[in-house]
Design a binder for this molecule. Structure first.
Ligand SMILES: [Zn+2]
Length: 255
């Protein structure tokens, strides 16, 4: 990943970005267990307290193991595709047993019923981390919108909006990494009288942390913060803060 400095007001982000307690350690977003060796350079890091760090790492291990079990149809380390996840399964028989206990079959296919509280915990934590690192926005409050699930469960009509780049309307936090990443492009537009004119647009694109493994987009626009994440091109989430759900904001929310 490109190494970008945060020039935004850092007072917003002092302390643990998850619970606003004292930050005595640093946390990778995404956590390394969501990625494979060799890790991409310049992984985002945020300030974090020990308690949050430890709680999340248990849930993250569970998350990567159940995702991989669902993808591979087994908890057997021999059948698990990701080497680092196979190692977790090998050294944590209790975790493997717990996931096996949630095994079921749907239409002849192996499936696992996830512990949603732990999954939600991980996805919300990742979204908060991206909002802090990319947008320089602390998001301690509960989100106004939260969805996560397999990408395939996203209704067809929402898929396009979910995967799309974002056309920035209003500048977000001045100096944030996101502001530095925005691409300026010239696009040809036809006016009502048929004349062609070039219009400058700002594009906020998805960030590929690791191919096929993890990507996200963080948006700060029109008073809203939206983070979308895709893990292993299989599991996705969309989290938003600052939405007036009764208004017309649904146009920017894909689900
Ligand atoms: Zn904390």
């Amino acid at each position: 990943m490109d190494q970008l400095k945060n020039f935004a007001d850092n007072r917003l982000l002092r302390g643990c970005i998850y619970c606003s307690g004292t930050a005595n350690t640093r946390d990778h977003v995404p956590s390394k267990c969501l990625l494979e060796h060799p890790y991409p350079p310049n992984l985002p890091v945020v300030g974090c307290c020990d308690t949050c760090n430890q709680t999340f790492s248990k849930d993250e291990e569970y998350f990567v193991c159940i995702i991989e079990s669902a993808l591979c149809g087994s908890t057997d380390p021999e059948k698990i595709a990701r080497p680092s996840v196979a190692r977790i399964m090998q050294r944590s028989p209790a975790l493997r047993k717990r996931i096996d206990a949630s095994r079921t079959e749907i239409g002849g296919q192996v499936a696992y019923v996830p512990e949603m509280e732990r999954i939600n915990n991980v996805m919300l934590k990742l979204a908060r981390g991206h909002a802090a690192f990319e947008l320089s926005q602390p998001c301690h409050e509960r989100p106004d919108h939260f969805w996560c699930g397999p990408l395939s469960s996203l209704p067809q009509e929402n898929q396009e909006l979910f995967h799309a780049v974002h056309f920035q309307q209003i500048f977000g936090e001045v100096g944030s990494r996101n502001m530095q990443r925005l691409l300026v492009v010239q696009m040809a537009q036809k006016s009502e009288t048929g004349e062609q004119q070039n219009v400058g647009m700002l594009i906020n694109d998805w960030i590929d942390v690791q191919d096929e493994q993890y990507r996200y987009i963080a948006i700060d626009d029109m008073g809203m913060l939206i983070v979308r994440i895709v893990v292993a091109e299989y599991f996705a989430c969309e989290v938003a803060w600052g939405l007036d759900m009764s208004g017309g904001d649904s146009a920017v929310i894909s689900f």
